[in-house]
Design a binder for this molecule. Structure first.
Ligand code: CAA
Length: 258
């Protein structure tokens, strides 16, 4: 795989998102590879769990790839949001445990990826947020729903409307991460310790718990459909063109409401 490093040990797969020149941003090729990894996890009876982390110390995943987003038309944006939602739903519904080991920026699609995982742990330097608003768009990979489920409507709205980044300790206080540790070594050690506990339980009971918890959150409800439609509608605006262009040109955007 071009965008992942893969390790397998004691029935646990560890995948490291590795696209350091773009802070591990999720481009189309990377998402296809992640889809293959998740497919393999579902199908391979020898693999009992998955840990996802990011290469280096700076980023887990800094979001969807803004340079790819910038050139999408409305229909392409709708298809992208739907396929991202479906992939992240496969992660959430996986009968085997998936742990996000977050080692730096988890922004936009990166925060959404982490939220689709069953358990999140982070290093002290990790930063969380849904900064899409700064690009004139909104979360499109399930973040509007999962952030609201995890931290509650009031804080979720504040985070999405301001685009503010929060620290790992703030994320822990909100229940967005379960544990915060000092560095990458401690992060992987804790991820493996939690995973080892789970993979030594009955896989049937593990799968039943995940399935039952998820049954309380109906994926088909209006929120996900609205998210994909409104995400794509945002890409049909001058503000989106200005937001993405300003990111690429490394300057502040000027939004006009058109
Ligand atoms: N997409 C594409 N490239 C990205 C990227 C992204 N999401 N995030 C960072 N990069 C690239 C930068 O363009 C830069 O590339 P160049 O060296 O070629 O200029 C490189 O990674 C390093 O980034 P910075 O120079 O910006 O690093 P920094 O330390 O100054 O800032 C940062 C780090 C705060 C994370 C900043 O990179 C940033 O704000 N990134 C974008 C975060 C974001 O908006 N994410 C949401 C994306 S939209 C989305 O995810 C939609 C959805 O829900 C589906």
């Amino acid at each position: 795989m071009k965008n992942f490093q893969i390790q397998y040990s004691s029935k646990v797969l560890t995948v490291t998102v590795s696209r350091p020149k773009a802070l591990n941003a999720l481009n189309a090729e990377l998402l296809e590879e992640l889809n293959d990894i998740i497919q393999e996890l579902y199908q391979n009876n020898d693999t009992r769990g998955l840990i996802i982390t990011g290469d280096g110390d700076k980023a887990f995943v800094a979001g969807a790839d803004i340079k790819e987003l910038a050139v999408l038309d409305r229909e392409q944006a709708l298809a992208l949001a739907r396929s991202g939602q479906n992939l992240f739903k496969r992660i959430e519904d996986c009968p085997k445990p998936i742990i996000a080991a977050i080692n730096g920026y988890a922004l936009g699609g990166g925060c959404e990826l982490a939220m689709a995982c069953h358990i999140r742990i982070a290093t002290e330097n990790a930063k969380f947020g849904q900064p899409e608003i700064n690009l004139g768009i909104m979360p499109g990979y399930g973040g509007t729903q999962r952030l609201t489920q995890i931290v509650g409507r009031g804080k979720a709205l504040e985070l999405m409307l301001t685009g503010d980044q929060i620290s790992a300790n703030e994320a822990k206080a909100l229940g967005l991460v379960n544990h915060v540790v000092s560095g990458k070594d401690e992060l992987m050690a804790l991820a493996n310790a939690i995973m080892n506990k789970i993979v030594n339980k009955s896989p049937l009971a593990v799968a039943s718990i995940i399935k039952t918890v998820n049954a309380g959150f109906d994926f088909e409800r209006a929120g996900y459909t609205a998210e994909a439609e409104n995400f794509s509608a945002c890409t049909d605006t001058n503000d989106f063109r200005e937001g993405t262009k300003s990111f690429i040109e490394k300057r502040q955007p000027t939004f006009t409401g058109r």
